[in-house]
Design a protein around this ligand. Sequence first.
Ligand code: BGC
Ligand code: ZN
Length: 369
Amino acid sequence: MKAVGVFPAERRYEVIDHPEPGIADAHQVKLRMLEVGICGTDKEIVSFQYGNPPEGSHYLILGHEALAQVLEVGSQVTGIQPGDLAVPTVRRPCSVATCAACRGGRQDFCFTGGFTERGINARHGFMAEYVVDDGANINLVPAALRDVAVLVEPLTIAEKGMTQLWQIQQRLPWTQNAPDQPRGTGLRAVVLGGGPVGLLGAMKLVLEGFDTYIYSLSPPGSDLARMSAAFGATFVPAETTSIAALAETVGNIDVVYEATGSSSLSFEVMKYLGTNGAFLLTGVPALKGPKPVDADLIMRNLVLKNQVVIGTVNASKQSFADAIADLAQFHQRWPNAVGSLITSRFPIDNVKEPLSGHAGGIKSILTIA
Ligand code: BGC
Ligand code: ZN
């Protein structure tokens, strides 16, 4: 079958022929891959800065943001039928007996670093015609979401972040007080970055009732500005608005949702986080050496304003379920906005086009079947 193989030692990647996998135990499911999203992580992997092939393989099959159709199920699999739409999770647990996170099914919090990730770290990914996985790693998607469900995995990042945010903000008991209103009603959120993770996070924040601002480098008249307005967020162009002016416009910043991977921007914005605010970091910067940070002001604010900083990576099975439910909500409320995040689709043979970074737009997708 066709697959996209990355050969780090040879510094090349291309469409390869890889043996088609088959169901090898009764708990497995065989999937026909339909679409795979392309993100910054994939671009780092094809520039050989990140990722590892499985043990004993010269190459890694790329791809972790998948949408598939179930082709075959093992005899012990329940609740999954051939024909169902499915999104697999990405991370698999480490094997260390004392890793409480992995042993508890929460490898997204793995302590040891011995986890693997499909299409990223020591496990083949989803840019292939067929994939086999354990039924326990499969999330079913309603057929009505066929056109947008490839966005589930990037949305899980926001879902895990928001779940933690609400757990932490339970320390502010009054924020839970109005059961008839979304939890974020009356609160203000700033999203840093207008890529897919930023925009999906912004949609989630709007859905939760936050007054939501997207601070991005895109110019004022861009598609991103129009798109933000379409789902009720306020676009603030970084090109013409300083961070101080952004803070002035927003008022008390209750939440910052960072999706840029820029440490300079993040620590600059941290100076303006509001009283009792939470700062969620999802971007992964490359290590480029130390940078100046206004540490006294930031530490002073963290203490005197009861602030919290949360880093979040990967997502649990529950976050996939949350993402599927919320994607359905987005689709219902803003049918055109969600679809418009997907700005280009490429056949698998043209995989180099979107990965070379010149495709532009917001989200590029590889179509496999
Ligand atoms: C993926 C996560 C993964 C992370 C780090 C992200 O692009 O969405 O599932 O944990 O990269 O490898
Ligand atoms: Zn990704």
